[in-house]
Design a protein around this ligand. Sequence first.
Ligand SMILES: Cc1cc2nc3c(=O)[nH]c(=O)nc-3n(C[C@H](O)[C@H](O)[C@H](O)COP(=O)(O)OP(=O)(O)OC[C@H]3O[C@@H](n4cnc5c(N)ncnc54)[C@H](O)[C@@H]3O)c2cc1C
Length: 414
Amino acid sequence: MARVDAIVLGAGIVGTSVALHLAKRGMSVALVDKRGPGEETSYGNTGVIVGASVFPTAFPRSLKKIVQVALKRAPEANYHWGDLLKIAPWLISYYGFSTPEKLKESAVKLRPLMGRALAEHKLLMEESGALKYLRETGWMTIYRSDKAFEAMKPQLEFGAEVGVAAKPLDTGGALALEPSLAPVFRHALHWPDVASLSNPLKVTRAYAARFSALGGVLVHGDARSLHRSDGRWRVGTENGPVDSGEVVVALGPWAPDVLAPLGIKVPLGIKRGYHRHFDPKGNASLSRPVVDTEIGYALTPMEQGIRLTTGAEFAARDAAPTPVQFDRLLPHAKALFPLGEPNEAEPWLGRRPNTPDSLPILGRAPGQDGLWLAFGHGHWGLTLGPVTGRLIAEMMTGATSFADPGPYRAERFM
Ligand SMILES: Cc1cc2nc3c(=O)[nH]c(=O)nc-3n(C[C@H](O)[C@H](O)[C@H](O)COP(=O)(O)OP(=O)(O)OC[C@H]3O[C@@H](n4cnc5c(N)ncnc54)[C@H](O)[C@@H]3O)c2cc1C
């Protein structure tokens, strides 16, 4: 049986970054996953490192939009009737945190992490040879109506206060940056400080390889085997049991599988999302991710093709995929950009692990010695993985943390 200074459960971008930060501080670490690093949610996202974004993604508050979603006509959202009752308490709480005031409050609390997110990625990329996947061309959000553009005002004002750059463009200005787009929109914003990745999976894999190079142990195992044994934590792996005084739960959407049996209840909602890769027609190309805000999808240039990612689907985490949003989105997406044929048989399904206030849950687990929490990054886990790794490692090693971890404590929900 092996004994290490820390066990990290979950090798997504969050767990891998935590494990790497701990290994960099000289700790012996076992990173446990049932799959390979970055193969779940951290694989299929939009690839945006959105350190410059300001307000969290909100539950729609306009009646028209809610009715459109309820009637299953909204391209940006879908839901499963059968799961509604089960997820209703989380949805109601999320709705409560989606007022303009609450969104701003969460944005303020998230700033210390967001503001440092790209710099922390770059540090890890440099040492793990992953800089080649980084694109620093910003991202573009487009607005088909004046109303939608006007609605961005509070965000832009807040962004200006905290030093987030966003350049308003008319259609011509946007097409000068992205000539393959069609002029089906009236306004755009170019966010120059946002970065993106051409292959999120390979970035997590590179961080995992760096972790191994520093002596970290990457091992297959089932996190649900976690239990206390002789005053320590123990988890079963394919190499036998591993023991430690410290364990970090970085299981993203699967965190409750381990926490519920320990009596820790966290309000983690799942916003499912899909992607599909398309070959562009002819010589069409994109230099940065483009978000069609009112229709609710993004197009990102990836190594695999143009990745179209969808908005939210409210359904049980483990329910079968229902990628109906593609039918609603594709006519709009194809009118905006010349998408050719999909180059994969089926869409990919991912699960965003969301808290109602859109802040991650980070820090010590209440009532369980040596148990640490690092999950709930929702729409922005790829962005926040490395900065989370630093914060958790600083807390675990007793160093002065670069940011006050108070706003992220699990106790805020208890
Ligand atoms: C469509 C879509 C688009 C997105 N776009 C962006 C974006 O542009 N920018 C951004 O910042 N974020 C984006 N996100 C969000 C981001 O992808 C997630 O927040 C992030 O990947 C979560 O990382 P994680 O490490 O917490 O979880 P995961 O990557 O899911 O990692 C959890 C790990 O736990 C493992 N695991 C689960 N159960 C067990 C078990 N019993 N035993 C052992 N291991 C287990 C899994 O195998 C997995 O590897 C997007 C998400 C989606 C779905």
